[in-house]
Design a binder for this molecule. Structure first.
Ligand SMILES: [Zn+2]
Ligand SMILES: [Zn+2]
Length: 499
């Protein structure tokens, strides 16, 4: 795609860019559109699309030129996500500054990532990647790396060390997410962790587990659970010790590992993972579709929530409340939506909001003078209760429980759904995670040469940005693992007078 940009004054403020980029539409179609933006990182930005006003962005964004951008399952399934389309997508980006230095960009444009002044309880509370006012590069509003330019949140632009190749660097975003999953599972010596559906994300999870095991010397076993035999060699090559055939949904398979990480990107993956796991399923898929009787599995992952049964035993239930993820000096906030009344001891140990309407409880929490305007823990009856807590409002992408919070289900009568069966009869936990920490991922790559050499094998295809429709079609074929979009080096730069 063509693009040009003009520098303004010597401090490159204000500046403009004008370019044509491929947009993704709600019917999966991809077609070119003309964009123009104008502004500065201090004043904010106005974006025009096809000659009409499109988007106003506040301050804290810096224009960078796209260099490389990986294609992932989130891109292919973008139409199922609850953000406006059409959009220029692509979020696994290497971008260049005015003097062609390479950078990677953390995608959540929160108050903190933009480096602007704020009093946001999420950004201040260590939950910046969950800031409810964030936009997300290449996923929500912000034009992404499949186009020739991005507006990157300034405090989230990370320079790349020279020792990291383009091919390793373009995998930093998904590798950071894979590493986050591996670290939050943290298997102990002798335990088994299985990665279900190892492909473009799952192979990175296997590589992350293997790298952590090597670094920390914890001797756990890594299994690949595959459906297609051709993926077995891939899983072994990325660090799995053994590869097993994934059980069929609905079959009576025995668990094969304490932990199963579902990286299938497929709505059927969760049920398979529940069957294969003996203790905990970790969900990484954001396919945007219902699965295992839940409408909002993707939103569960986006908010990094955890599900488990509310224990019958009062001591175990007290431990769940004690360990709920509230801030150290606060009393836990519990939203009780189960049809049975809360136990008498609960109000001694937590602030309790009880009721039937999750929206009303959320409103009450929002009216609190301090703290996060969310519950730390919610207790519901069943799958419908989980969905209602995860998205209590039709028009807002927020949950009644805080990001990284917990939802417990109350056992009641015969449960037929696979999820509640696993939570109650088999005492499984369902944990989730989304993005990861780029600095940690980079540090591990810099320290582990073998890992930095291994990761680029994932890239099976490279396609010029001018042929994006072809690249997305290719990414949907079984022969392809990872497609990387390559931008030409010919565009001029905004504010070419370097300061
Ligand atoms: Zn991705
Ligand atoms: Zn914020």
């Amino acid at each position: 795609m063509s693009g040009k940009a003009e520098g303004g004054s010597a401090d490159s403020d204000p500046n403009t860019a004008e370019f044509i980029g491929f947009e993704y539409h709600s019917d999966e179609r991809v077609s070119p559109a003309r964009y123009r933006w104008e502004g500065s990182s201090t004043r904010g930005w106005q974006i025009q699309r096809e000659g009409a006003h499109h988007l106003d962005l506040g301050p804290g964004f810096r224009p960078l030129r796209s260099h490389r951008c990986g294609v992932c399952s989130t891109d292919l399934d973008r139409r199922f996500l609850p953000f406006p389309l059409p959009q220029i997508i692509g979020h696994e980006v290497i971008a260049l500054d005015q003097v062609s230095r390479r950078h990677v960009v953390e995608i959540n444009a929160s108050h903190e990532a933009r480096g602007i002044e704020h009093a946001c309880p999420f950004c201040l509370g260590g939950l910046a990647t969950h800031c409810p006012e964030r936009r997300v590069l290449g996923i929500h509003d912000l034009p992404g790396g499949f186009g020739p330019w991005v507006l990157a949140p300034e405090a989230a632009i990370i320079p790349l060390p020279d020792s990291i190749s383009d091919d390793a660097a373009v995998l930093i975003e998904p590798f950071a997410a894979a590493l986050h999953a591996a670290e939050s599972i943290a298997p102990s010596a002798g335990e088994r962790v299985a990665v279900l559906g190892p492909r473009r994300l799952g192979l990175l999870v296997i590589a992350a587990l293997a790298a952590l095991r090597k670094r920390d010397g914890t001797d756990y076993k890594i299994l690949g659970l595959v459906r297609r035999p051709s993926m077995a060699d891939w899983a072994l090559r990325f660090g799995a010790d053994e590869v097993l055939q994934a059980p069929d949904p609905g079959s009576a398979a025995e668990p094969c590992a304490e932990f199963v990480i579902d990286t299938t990107g497929n709505p059927l993956g969760l049920e398979t993972a529940l069957m294969a796991s003996g203790r905990e399923v970790h969900l990484k898929s954001t396919h945007g579709q219902p699965s295992a009787g839940l409408r909002h599995t993707t939103e569960l992952v986006v908010d990094e929530l955890t599900l488990q049964a509310w224990p019958e035993d009062p001591d175990e239930a007290k431990a769940v409340v004690r360990d709920s993820p509230c801030r150290p000096d606060d009393r836990p906030r519990v939203a009780w939506l189960a049809s049975t009344p809360p136990p008498a001891w609960l109000s001694d140990r937590a602030d309790v909001w009880a009721g039937k309407d999750p929206n009303a409880l959320l409103k009450a929490l929002e009216d609190q003078p301090s703290g996060l305007p969310r519950a730390d823990l919610a207790v519901v009856d069943d799958e419908a209760g989980i969905d209602a807590v995860v998205r209590p409002r039709e028009d807002e992408e927020i949950s009644l429980v805080r990001p990284r919070g917990q939802i417990c289900t109350r056992a009641g009568g015969a449960r037929t759904g696979p999820l509640l069966h696993a939570l109650h009869q088999r005492k499984l936990r369902l944990s989730t995670s989304r993005c990861g920490d780029f600095e940690k991922a980079l540090a591990l790559l810099v320290a582990d040469d073998e890992l930095a050499q291994r990761l680029p094998a994932l890239i099976t295809h490279r396609v010029p940005a001018t042929r994006l429709p072809e690249a997305l079609a290719l990414a949907r074929t079984p022969e392809c693992i990872k497609v990387v979009i390559e931008h030409a080096e010919t565009q001029s730069l905004p504010g070419t007078q370097a300061d």
